[in-house]
Ligand binder design. Structure first.
Ligand code: SAM
Length: 281
C-alpha cells in the first residue's frame, strides 16, 4: 500500500458461514482507511467476529452514482479503500461496477481479494456441466418477462446459472418446467454453507416435486443451475449411429441423405464426416 494513489480492494466475504473468510481478506479490511459496505450493520457482524475496527460507510445501489466521485477523490489522495457486499463477491449481482470503472479510468489500482460467491459454490457442487456456463443473474420478477427470458435462452448450449429469491423460486421452477420440459437437468442449491444447505437435482419436474414436499424448502436463498440445450449434439450423435448402420446396406450418399433428413442435421457435413472416417480407417 505504498503507491501515491490508494488502492481499491474488492473483498469477497462469506455467503453464510462466517468461517469462510480468508486471512488476507481480514488483513486488508484491518489495514485500509475505510470499508465501503453495502449495509454497515450487516458488515458489523463479520467485522466484530474478526476483531476488525476499520471505519465503514454505506455504499449501495442508491448512492453508488452520487458517492463514487467522492470515493475516487479519496483514492486519488492516497487512501486505501475496500469494497464489500452483504455476502459473496462484490459486483456479482451487487453494486460496485460504476465505481470500479471510474477507478480504472483514473488509473487507480483495483485489486480483488477473491473468496466465496454463491455462483461458483453452486455450480461447483451442482453435477451439471461446468466446462462452459453463462451467468444470468436474477430472472425478471414479472412472469411474462421471466417466460420471455427463459424462452430466449432456450437454445443456449452452455450451462445457465440464475440467482433466485425465496419469493419467486416456486414460480421460477414452474416456468422452467413449462419451457424446458423433461430434456434438461437442473440443480437448485439452497442456503449454501448454512445450516439448511440443500441441493436438489434432476429434471425440472423432479426438482419442483422434491422442493414441494416441505414448505420450508422454499425458504432461504437459491441458485438455479440449468443444463444447456444439447439437442444439436444428440441429433448429430443419432445421425452418425444411423449412417454407420445404413452404409453397410446402401450407397454412402443415400445413407447420409436418409440419416440427415431423419435427425435434421447437415447432409454435407455428415457425408464429409463419413469420408474422413473412411480415409482414416
Ligand atoms: N455477490 C453475491 C455472490 O457473490 O454470490 C450475490 C449477491 S445477490 C444480491 C444475492 C443472491 O445470491 C441471493 O438472492 C441468492 O440467489 C444468491 N445467494 C447468496 N448467498 C447464497 C447462499 N448461501 N445460498 C444460495 N444462494 C445464495
Amino acid at each position: 500500500m505504498n503507491s501515491k494513489t490508494g488502492t481499491l480492494y474488492i473483498v469477497a466475504t462469506p455467503i453464510g458461514n462466517l468461517a469462510d473468510f480468508g486471512i488476507r481478506a481480514a488483513e486488508i479490511l484491518s489495514e485500509v482507511n475505510l470499508i465501503l459496505a453495502e449495509d454497515t450493520r450487516h458488515a458489523a457482524k463479520l467485522l466484530k467476529h474478526y476483531g476488525i475496527t476499520t471505519r465503514t460507510r454505506a455504499f449501495h445501489d442508491h448512492n453508488e452514482q452520487t458517492y463514487s466521485a467522492e470515493i475516487i477523490r479519496l483514492l486519488l489522495n492516497g487512501e486505501d479503500l475496500a469494497l464489500i457486499s452483504d455476502a459473496g463477491t462484490p459486483l456479482i449481482s451487487d453494486p460496485g461496477y460504476r465505481l470500479v470503472r471510474m477507478a480504472r479510468e483514473q488509473g487507480i489500482d483495483v485489486s480483488p481479494i477473491p473468496g466465496p460467491s454463491a455462483l461458483t459454490a453452486a455450480i461447483s457442487a451442482s453435477g451439471v456441466a461446468t466446462d462452459r456456463f453463462c451467468f444470468e443473474g436474477f430472472l425478471p420478477s414479472k412472469r411474462n418477462q421471466r417466460i420471455e427470458t427463459l424462452t430466449k435462452l432456450s437454445q443456449e448450449q452452455r450451462t445457465i446459472v440464475f440467482y433466485e429469491s425465496s419469493h419467486r423460486i416456486k414460480d421460477a421452477l414452474e416456468d422452467l418446467e413449462a419451457i424446458y420440459g423433461e430434456g434438461r437437468e437442473i440443480c437448485v442449491a439452497r442456503e449454501i454453507t448454512k445450516k439448511f444447505e440443500s441441493f436438489y437435482f434432476g429434471s425440472p419436474a423432479t426438482v419442483r416435486e422434491q422442493i414441494a414436499v416441505n414448505s420450508n424448502n422454499l425458504k432461504g436463498e437459491f441458485v438455479i443451475v440449468v443444463s444447456g440445450n444439447n439437442d444439436a449434439d444428440k441429433a448429430w450423435a443419432n445421425a452418425c449411429t444411423l449412417v454407420n448402420r445404413l452404409k453397410l446396406e446402401l450407397p454412402i450418399k443415400q445413407a447420409c441423405r436418409i440419416a440427415a433428413d431423419t435427425f435434421s442435421v447437415s447432409k454435407n457435413e455428415l457425408y464429409n464426416c463419413v469420408l474422413a472416417e473412411r480415409r482414416s480407417e
